[in-house]
Design a protein around this ligand. Structure first.
Ligand code: FE2
Length: 427
């Protein structure tokens, strides 16, 4: 007897009426009307079953700290960094872990079962590293958590950070981070990329740098990051996160840059909620959007994924860790409302993130992990529009979160009816 069958689901690729059978935590079969029995059956008629959402860029060490020790009065990136600096003095490993754990509960409820989280190493005690490494092991049955050693205060700019970062890697942090645009000079920014990429190559690790998170069109560290990726043979293992300066770059320069990025198989992460909130702050009008060139990068074959980045912390006072909210914002800011483009946006919060993280067994084919989410929507487009309830969140074949369908009862004088905002095409 199989563990589970999800019956009659719509899939992200457009197939309808598909059954998904699960055995030993893996997908055993996918097809219409499977002649099998299972201990549990989920009727997904008319609903979309998708592989889980992936948050490709987050900060678990600062999340859910809103108001501690004070709120970010101006709402700017720089005041955010200042508030985080003030909070760091009061942090304990227990407190960091408790907040991160709470966030993981939110993520599971939203069907996000993989998170790449940066962890600040600008702290001699490496409290956040210890806390999140513990959490990574404890949460493993439910969430694939990948950690990036992130020198928030600068790799060279904050003296002890080079040593701190290596210590974090020795302790088991997965990915090498960086923040070249925050170093003291252009030269030190470039030198930090060289040193960090060499460190990653030596240790056979992936790289994910906060890169060019700026409106300054001359912030071109992505060029340097691409160069060292190529030079060291790190193809397909390096991510440029944010790349907001690309929004403001000269088109001629970008026409040279993007093919080089494609050649080095760079991954890109945009953080639409945060980019649209924090960038363009020095502009009057017209005011730049600040998100990187998602459409052009995707058109060049570059893997672009989205992250939530921040949530109820010194940088962002909103969010419930809903990757569909992230995708909804990304779609609007990038103006990617074409039929194929909406599918690309849905992939930016699912398959593209899995590719960037290098997740094994992600997908809905036989042999993949039985990790999936059933949504109260019929298609990726409807999911993007409604940001609907996650009816079932399934990990390794077990339901780990459920939400009843959300339906409003409208009671008028002459009739009563239900509304769930699904569009059925009736006139
Ligand atoms: Fe970030």
């Amino acid at each position: 007897m199989l563990e589970l069958i999800v019956r009659n689901a719509n899939l992200p690729d457009g197939r309808k009426g598909i059954d998904i059978a699960v055995e030993n935590g893996r997908i055993a079969a996918v097809g219409p009307r499977l002649p099998m029995q299972a201990n549990r059956e989920i009727d997904a008629t008319g609903y979309l079953a998708t592989p889980p959402f992936v948050d490709s860029h987050f900060h678990l060490d600062s999340t859910l700290s809103y108001g501690r020790p004070r709120v970010n009065e101006s709402g700017t990136l720089l005041e955010g960094i200042q508030v985080w600096g003030e909070l760091k003095a009061h942090l304990t490993a227990e407190n960091i872990k408790a907040r991160a754990e709470e966030l993981c509960g939110w993520a599971i409820a939203r069907g996000t079962l993989a998170i790449r989280s940066h962890v600040d190493v600008s702290d001699e005690r490496l409290l956040a590293v210890r806390a999140l490494l513990e959490l990574r092991e404890e949460i493993k049955p439910y969430i694939d958590l990948q950690l990036v050693a992130f020198p928030q205060d600068g790799y060279f700019r904050h003296g002890p950070n080079a040593a701190n970062l290596e210590r974090a890697l020795d302790m088991g942090v997965d990915v090498v981070g960086g923040i070249p645009h925050f170093e003291r000079t252009r030269e030190e920014g470039a030198a930090s990329i060289k040193a960090l990429c060499e460190l990653a190559a030596e240790r056979n690790l992936r790289v994910d740098m906060h890169c060019d998170e700026s409106d300054d069109p001359s912030s071109r560290y992505i060029e340097t990051l691409t160069y060292h990726t190529q030079r060291l043979g790190l193809h397909g293992r390096v991510t440029g996160s944010h790349l907001t300066s690309m929004h403001s770059m000269d088109n001629y320069y970008v026409s040279k840059l993007i093919p080089l990025m494609a050649e080095a198989q760079m991954h890109v992460v945009a953080n639409p909620l945060i980019n649209i909130t924090l960038q363009g702050r020095h502009d009057t009008y017209p005011k730049r959007r600040g998100m990187t060139r998602v459409k052009e990068l995707m058109d060049a074959g570059i893997n672009v994924a989205f992250g939530h980045d921040a949530l109820m912390d010194p940088w962002y006072s909103f969010g419930s860790h809903d990757m569909l909210e992230v995708a909804h914002m990304g779609l609007h800011v990038a103006q990617m409302t074409g039929v194929h483009q909406m599918k690309q946006i849905f992939a930016a919060v699912t398959a593209n993130g899995a590719k960037m993280l290098g997740l094994e067994g992600y997908g809905l084919e036989p042999g993949c992990h039985a990790d999936l989410v059933v949504l109260q929507a019929g298609s990726p487009q409807e999911a993007l529009r409604l940001k609907p309830a996650r009816l079932f969140v399934i990990r390794r074949g077990t339901v780990i979160a459920q939400t009843p369908p959300v339906v409003s009862r409208v009671e008028l004088a002459d009739k009563t009816f239900d509304v769930d905002f699904r569009f059925n095409g009736k006139t």
